[in-house]
Design a protein around this ligand. Structure first.
Ligand code: MRU
Length: 343
């Protein structure tokens, strides 16, 4: 299985997702600031993966914080990691989990606390893979046999600690013996679809066809696509889904063509405190991601650009939200709350 990131004695190692698919290189983050930088520059990306990276970043920072000023430095570490990217709630979830552990060990020796923080970060990593396997098991049953699955962006092993959410569903369907193939949207401007999803699925021998984003409607209309499965960065209490820019268009086109539209995500992506999609902060990224492609200019100098990294798909377009505890369907206020509360 592809290893996205790992804890080592020297720091946090992660596969550099800005260099894939042609260069497979691990970078070492030696302190929490390097972890924060890796999240911001998208060396590591994908909601669950940045949640795990942030938890490891906190553990790493705590190793290096001074005994004399530990309290203040711990706060600074958490604040720096939290300021990297605003949309994926998993980032904040990962940091909060470490803060809660720290609070539960108030008054303990710093040596013990540091050890426990490392153990917790490793646990967050391992749990994420187990969660994705459960998401896959719930989702596999929903994938029509003998058809094509359309996906957008990369919600695979690379976007998580391993196995993936949307790609986990696809992997589980293949493991269950279903004869399916995949259409991967290229996902402009960062090309997570062409660079990462195709790379991952090729490694697993899953038949994959790359299409550009503006071809999705054409194929959804063709009758070939059995369902759409995507990941999520934050799901509001009413089931509105923030995910990679372009997801909303795919969801509307899926509904228009009676193709089921599924979102696969861990419960840590559900944010019951945010009531609707209108409350989700959408990250705006650099104009250069749109005006240039990997160093090659594709727009005139001085072009005005908007580059929202995510959009919000209203819940009415969502057929089901596949989590590790089961599949939520409308009305989502009720079904999501029940899943989160474990009922
Ligand atoms: O900007 P990115 O690459 O971090 O965006 C990733 C996505 O939008 C994914 O679909 C989402 O995080 C789910 S990953 C399991």
């Amino acid at each position: 299985m592809i290893e996205t990131l790992r804890w080592t004695d020297k720091g946090v190692e992660m596969i550099d997702q800005t260099r894939l698919p042609h260069v497979e290189e691990f970078v070492l983050c030696r302190d929490y600031k390097e972890v924060a930088d890796a999240i911001q520059t998208m060396i590591i990306r994908g909601a669950p993966a940045i949640g795990v990276a942030a938890a490891m970043g906190v553990a790493l920072g705590a190793q290096q914080a001074s005994d004399a000023n530990f309290e203040a430095e711990f706060e600074e570490i958490c604040a720096t990691l939290a300021a990297t990217r605003p949309t994926a709630v998993n980032l904040f979830w990962g940091i909060d989990r470490m803060k809660k552990l720290r609070a539960s060990l108030a008054g303990e020796q710093l040596g013990l606390l540091r050890e426990k923080l490392i153990a917790e970060a490793k646990l967050v990593h391992d749990e994420d893979i187990a969660i994705n396997r459960r998401i896959g098991a719930h989702g596999a049953a929903l994938v029509p046999d003998g058809k094509t699955v359309l996906t957008h962006c990369n919600a695979g092993a690379l976007a998580t600690a391993g196995y993936g959410t949307a790609l986990g569903v696809i992997r589980a369907a293949v493991e269950a013996g279903k004869k399916i193939d995949v259409f991967a949207d290229e996902t402009r401007p960062f090309l997570q679809g062409s660079r990462l999803t195709v790379w991952e699925l090729q490694k697993d021998g899953i038949e994959t066809t790359l299409i550009t984003d503006n071809m999705a409607g054409h194929f959804l209309h063709s009758g070939r696509i059995g369902c759409v499965v995507v990941g999520a960065d934050r799901i509001a209490a009413n089931g509105d889904v923030a995910n990679k820019i372009g997801t909303y268009s795919v969801a509307v086109l899926a509904k228009e063509n009676n193709v089921p539209f599924y979102v696969a995500a861990p419960l840590s992506t559900i944010d019951l405190k945010t009531l609707t999609g209108a409350g989700i902060k959408i990250e705006e990224r650099a104009a250069s991601e749109v005006t240039a492609m990997f160093g090659h200019k594709v727009a005139p100098d001085g072009t005005r650009v908007q580059n929202p990294a995510f959009d919000v798909t209203p819940h009415r377009y969502v057929t089901g939200i596949i989590t590790e505890r089961g599949v939520a369907t409308a009305p989502f206020e009720e079904s999501l709350r029940k899943l989160v509360e474990g009922k």
